[in-house]
Design a protein around this ligand. Structure first.
Ligand code: FES
Length: 146
């Protein structure tokens, strides 16, 4: 391998590592959960809201739930131990999947923004996000799809 080939291989590898590192950083803020629809509900363990940080147990403010049966993910905000709000991550302008930035949900297509209550902060979208009723028991929450 000559010098030029070596630099080409190393440069490509370094760019790949940087890309993976950036991807990991962008993913660490949002916790994704896969669930299966049972009787028109998506059950999710309450423990999915728990995370260990520096040997301390903390509670996530939200998680994102995915399922094969729904086109786009659902974000679930934890308001208290038995109070949750869930919204479809689908822009009400033209149906693009929203990006999660903490309490603000943004659409990369035309710039709409939504609050953690599903309300429009910035258009062109002019309708609230689709919301779901969420019930809970001791162990799980249940997102009612219909
Ligand atoms: S599709 Fe989201 S702002 Fe247009």
């Amino acid at each position: 391998m000559n010098r030029k080939e070596f630099l080409k291989v190393c440069g490509g590898s370094c760019l790949g590592l940087i890309g993976i590192s950036l991807l990991n950083q962008s993913c660490t803020g949002t916790h994704y959960v896969q669930s299966t629809v049972i009787n028109d509900q998506l059950p999710v363990l309450k423990s999915e809201f728990t995370e260990i940080k520096k040997n301390k147990t903390e509670l996530r403010k939200y998680i994102v739930v995915k399922s094969d049966k729904i086109e786009q993910p659902i974000i679930v905000y934890r308001k208290s131990e038995n109070s949750y709000e869930a919204f479809l991550l689908r822009c009400t302008h033209q149906g693009i999947e929203l990006n999660v930035n903490g309490d603000i949900l943004t659409c990369s297509a035309h710039g709409s923004e939504f609050s953690n209550k599903g309300e429009v902060i910035q258009g062109p979208a002019d309708q609230k996000l689709k919301s779901f009723t969420v019930s809970s028991d001791e162990k799980n929450i249940y997102i009612q799809l219909i």
